[in-house]
Design a protein around this ligand. Sequence first.
Ligand SMILES: [Zn+2]
Length: 210
Amino acid sequence: MGAPGELIEGFRRFRARHFSENDAIYRHLVTDGQSPDVLIVACCDSRVDPAIVLDCAPGDLFVIRNVANLVPPAEDRAGHHGTTAALEYGVRILHVKHIIVLGHAQCGGIRTLLTTQGADNPNSFIDDWMRLAEPARQEVERTLPDAPPAIRMRACEQHAVGVSLQNLMTFPWIRERVEDGSLTLHGWYFDIENGQLLGYNDTAHGFEKL
Ligand SMILES: [Zn+2]
C-alpha cells in the first residue's frame, strides 16, 4: 500500500463508506462544521497515525503531527510556528476539551537527539527542531548514563512527552483553561513493540498502562 494508484483506490472505498445514503457523517460535518473534543499532538511516524491507532471516525480528532510529537514553548519571536498556530486554532477557535501528547516507541527523532547528543547543527532542520527535547535528553544523561540504548531511548521518548506538557502550560490561553477546568492535558505513549497504550500518571510520576 502506498503507490498513488492504491491510495486512489483507498479513497474510493472511503467514499463508498462515508458518503453513502446510510452514513451521513460528512453531511453532518459539512452542515454543522467540525467540533472535535480532542486535540492530539502525534509524531509524523507512519506507524502511529492517531486516527488509526485510536480507531476514530472523521471529525473526532484535531491532529497536529510533527517530528517526535513536540510542542515548542510560547515565544514572542515572529516566525512560521506551524505547531503553535494549530494549537491556537484547536484551543481558541474549536474549544477542544482535551490535549493529548502522544509519544511512541522507536521514535526516529528521539534517536537522532540521543545520537547527536543535542549538538547544534545549523545545517539540519531536524537537529534544530529536536533541541526542543534537550531537557529530556539531559534527564536521561543524568539518570541513565550507562543504560542500554533501548532503555535510554524509551526513557527519552517518555521524558519528551513531559517536556511538551510543560511547554503547553507556557501558553496563557492554555494555562487559563487548564486552571479553570475547561481543558485537560494528557501525556500518552504508544508502545509499538508491545501493542500497548500508556498514560502519564502525575501521582506516580511515571507511565502506566491505560
Ligand atoms: Zn516519532
